[in-house]
Design a protein around this ligand. Structure first.
Ligand code: GDP
Length: 333
């Protein structure tokens, strides 16, 4: 072959390689940013009901003049989104103190003050024990079983092996429901006979996880609304019995349905008194205009929201991130 052809072909190959490398590098550089942007807009989409209700009111305010009606309207808009009276008054007071010169500055100050209010520590799931013990409590229908399945699925994705304890022995269907989800996620379940002592089922689940050297045991518990004091006694026995054996309970997560609004605050109080809740899983944030409850719970009870439920799919339980949350809420403001 003519040496000139060989040189030309070699040059073409080198050129093609360089072009491919440049494209690859560019895509790599753009990757995380565009992923973050996509996640952001998907969170805003899931929080549409709260975002539209709150954003609609705020937008109307921010386009008007900043008089006494403005400040009153701001507080009312936050209260209507279930941010809670205490938190709403506090935030508006702080924004006002900053003396914003125009509505852009007021919007920015509102964003910062809402994020500041969500400044609690310890939002990440604590999983120090081996097995780590996560007890999940909450009223029936709040999304306890599905949240447990979603959590187990996430743990598996992190390379951990969880085991589920079906300690809701009160409802015959509860055990079956948990097993159905467990099959989907491919995790093992330890349960007991209907009516068995929940604390003993939880104990067995813990023992099984420890004997097998597993990473986490997640214990589902009963959440019937009737005979509340019995329920609280039962739950505190579960925590006590497992705690004695494990010496350390990593998390007691309370699953709270965001659509319950301010009533949810009372639920958190009750469960916290009985079983020392360590964090909240706030479900059904996609189905309510009351998503501000996350802020009320943290401000009024000093209890971190660790996860939010934003749909019925397996991936629809996400860590609660204050900045992303506030930005999603204020997107239409
Ligand atoms: P449990 O009785 O507390 O165990 O509640 P389940 O886990 O059975 O959930 C009750 C219903 O709420 C089910 O239909 C779930 O799919 C639904 N659910 C749970 N979490 C969410 C969520 O974040 N968003 C929506 N839209 N539905 C949810």
């Amino acid at each position: 072959m003519d040496p000139l052809y060989v040189i030309l072909i070699a040059l073409a190959v080198v050129l093609a390689f360089v072009v491919l490398m440049v494209r690859f590098r560019r895509r790599e550089a753009e990757g995380p940013e565009s992923t973050a942007a996509a996640q952001k807009s998907s969170l805003a989409a899931r929080l549409a009901k709260t975002r539209e209700a709150l954003g609609g009111r705020l937008h109307a305010l921010f386009t008007g003049s900043m008089d006494a009606v403005f400040w009153e309207g701001l507080e009312e808009a936050l209260i209507a989104a279930d941010v809670g009276v205490t938190a709403s008054t506090e935030v508006v007071g702080r924004v006002r103190q900053r003396n914003p010169a125009n509505s852009d500055e007021a919007r920015q100050a509102l964003r910062e003050e809402l994020i500041r209010l969500l400044g609690l520590e310890g939002r990440a799931l604590a999983l120090a024990g081996r097995p780590a013990v996560v007890i999940v409590v909450g009223v029936n229908g709040t999304g306890k079983t599905t949240s447990i399945a979603k959590l187990a699925n996430q743990m598996k994705a992190r390379g951990l092996v969880p085991l589920l304890g079906a300690a809701d022995t009160f409802r015959a269907a509860a055990d079956q429901q948990l097993r159905t989800w467990a099959d989907r996620v491919e995790v093992e379940v330890v349960g007991g006979q209907a009516g068995a002592d929940p604390a003993s089922v939880a104990f067995d689940a813990y023992q099984a996880a420890r004997a097998r050297g597993l990473d986490v045991v997640i214990i589902d518990t009963a959440g019937r609304l009737h005979s509340k004091s019995n329920l609280m006694d039962e739950l505190s026995k579960v925590v006590r019995v497992v705690g004695r054996e494990a010496e350390h309970i990593d998390e007691v997560l309370l699953v709270l349905d965001a659509t319950t609004g301010q009533n949810g605050i009372a639920q958190v109080r009750q469960f916290t008194e009985a079983v020392g809740v360590t964090g909240i899983v706030l479900t059904k944030m996609d189905g309510t205009a009351r998503g501000g409850l996350a802020i009320a719970v943290e401000r009024e009870l000093g209890m971190p929201v660790k996860f939010i439920g934003i749909g019925e799919g397996m991936d629809d339980l996400i860590p609660f991130e204050p900045e992303a949350f506030v930005d999603a809420l204020l997107e239409d403001a």
